[in-house]
Design a binder for this molecule. Structure first.
Ligand SMILES: NC(=O)C1=CN([C@@H]2O[C@H](COP(=O)(O)OP(=O)(O)OC[C@H]3O[C@@H](n4cnc5c(N)ncnc54)[C@H](OP(=O)(O)O)[C@@H]3O)[C@@H](O)[C@H]2O)C=CC1
Ligand SMILES: N[C@@H](CCC(=O)OP(=O)(O)O)C(=O)O
Length: 419
């Protein structure tokens, strides 16, 4: 299987590289034409896509996939339409390629322009969420990059039909079919081979800890990790009690399977007696299982004891760890110890405390008085996102089209030599 995947990928890499060269020179009008054709193709192939998704759903159910994961795998007519609209929104974004980031004349009289260019060939490994296939293909095409997609195995039928519709559209718009390719090989040997594909300019792995570990062990190409989220909400002593229930409920229950959902609630000891009962009752009413430390369980008895491993666990489900802390510093230390650098929030009315939290927490997105669920490319005004980077190099936080570009310097001289 290693040989098979590597051989297949070798050919895919060559096609992607050749297609990337064409795409890098394509006009904005041509790319937008292709994107609009991609949206139309999804609508035209809606029935095939839903049929394939039905097969994936049945497979998921047979294999015991949890409700949250099935919900994320499922497509409906509305979700296919949302995918098409999402691609049209990407088409409507300004083209980043060719933009001048900085332009100046240096002391030698050289005209120096730093301009945006595509990254080249991008590999994306992602979870079993079919809309990511369309979003990622659209973002890569708009930013002038060829992409090799490897979606989650539970969504493979859906991805296959979606990618085939997208390729048909790209080709009808006169761009090379190799701009968008699907690595349609099951098993982790295939994803591991993608991590080693020399033709990739960058790999974007989007997934949980198993994937992260595999990337650390096997990846030989530059990589932007969009990681798991052990996200916290800290209710400070001065928190506005009116805000606590809606924000906590939203952060935990609006989409528990998302990486930006809250996994641990920290509460200052002075706020806990007033706030915890209302918050905990609301969570239980929303079906959330609570796992608390001893102090939390003294205030709200309907909680399982939290084990040490709960603090580091991304449940991705209706399970929440709860801990009472003595100070902001203790909350910061807990987040530094157990957080994954994704999204963290403080609820407070104290300005100094809010600013300290914003400054000290080392995460991609740090919030005051808002739900961690907001960490999202669409919400942040990027159009869509290819993932939320939890690393610092090249890009951090939601990654849209600009984050899929690099720059180069164009220098225009008039005979200068360096002395
Ligand atoms: N920061 C972000 O932008 C995002 C983060 N996430 C995170 O993703 C996780 C949930 O996704 P989940 O369904 O668990 O997806 P996984 O992490 O299990 O899988 C994602 C992809 O990685 C592959 N993969 C998983 N493990 C390995 C491995 N050991 N070696 C090689 N390839 C591997 C999978 O292939 P296969 O399906 O064949 O197993 C799949 O294509 C959560 O932790 C969530 O927070 C999710 C979305 C966005
Ligand atoms: N940006 C996304 C979160 C990304 C994410 O976690 O996706 P998934 O793990 O597939 O549910 C959102 O909040 O909609």
């Amino acid at each position: 299987m290693i040989m098979d995947a590597s051989l297949i990928l070798h050919e895919m890499g060559k096609r992607a590289r050749a297609s990337a060269a064409v795409l890098a020179q394509a006009s904005s009008a041509k790319k937008n034409e292709a994107l609009r054709a991609m949206a139309a193709a999804l609508r035209a192939h809606k029935d095939d896509i839903l049929e394939a998704n039905g097969r994936d759903m049945r497979g998921g159910e047979e294999n015991g996939l949890g409700q949250a994961m099935l919900e994320r795998l499922k497509l409906t007519e509305q979700r296919v339409e949302d995918m098409a609209v999402g691609i049209e929104e990407v088409a409507a974004l300004p083209d980043p390629i060719g933009q001048t980031v900085r332009g100046y004349v240096n002391s030698d009289g050289l005209e120096i322009a730093q301009v945006r260019v595509p990254l080249g060939v991008i590999g994306v490994i992602y979870e079993s969420r079919p809309n990511v296939t369309a979003d990622t293909a659209a973002l890569c095409l708009k930013s002038g990059n060829a992409v090799i997609l490897r979606g989650g195995s539970e969504a493979m039928d859906s991805s296959r039909v979606i990618v085939s519709a997208l390729i048909e559209a790209v080709s009808s718009a006169g761009l090379p079919e190799g701009c968008i390719q699907l690595l349609d090989v099951p098993g982790h040997e295939a994803t591991t081979a993608l991590m080693r594909l020399d033709d990739l300019d960058v790999l974007i792995p989007r997934g949980g800890r198993g994937l992260k570990k595999a990337v650390r062990e096997h990846c030989t190409v530059p990589c932007i990790m969009t990681g798991d989220g052990v996200c916290h909400t800290y209710i400070a002593a001065s928190a506005d009690p009116q805000m606590c229930v809606p924000i906590v409920i939203n952060a935990k229950t609006q989409r528990p399977s998302a990486c930006n959902a809250m996994e641990t609630l920290l509460i200052h000891k002075d706020a806990a007696p007033k706030v915890l009962p209302a918050v905990a009752n609301a969570l239980v009413a929303h079906g959330v299982e609570l796992r608390g430390d001893a102090a939390a369980r003294e205030i709200f008895a309907d909680m399982e004891p939290a084990a040490d491993e709960d603090w580091g666990t991304e449940h991705l489900d209706l399970i929440l760890s709860v801990k009472i802390v003595n100070s902001l510093d203790e909350a910061l230390a807990h987040i530094a110890r157990w957080g994954t650098g994704h999204s963290e929030s403080i609820l407070t009315t104290d300005y100094a405390e809010a600013e300290k939290f914003l400054d000290r927490v080392d995460a991609a997105a740090v919030y005051v008085n808002a739900s961690t669920r907001f960490t999202d490319g669409g919400v942040f005004g990027l159009g869509a996102e290819i993932g939320i980077s939890t690393q610092k190099l090249h890009a951090r936080g939601p990654m849209g089209i600009e984050q899929l570009t690099s720059t180069k310097y164009k220098i225009r001289g008039s005979g200068q030599i360096r002395r």
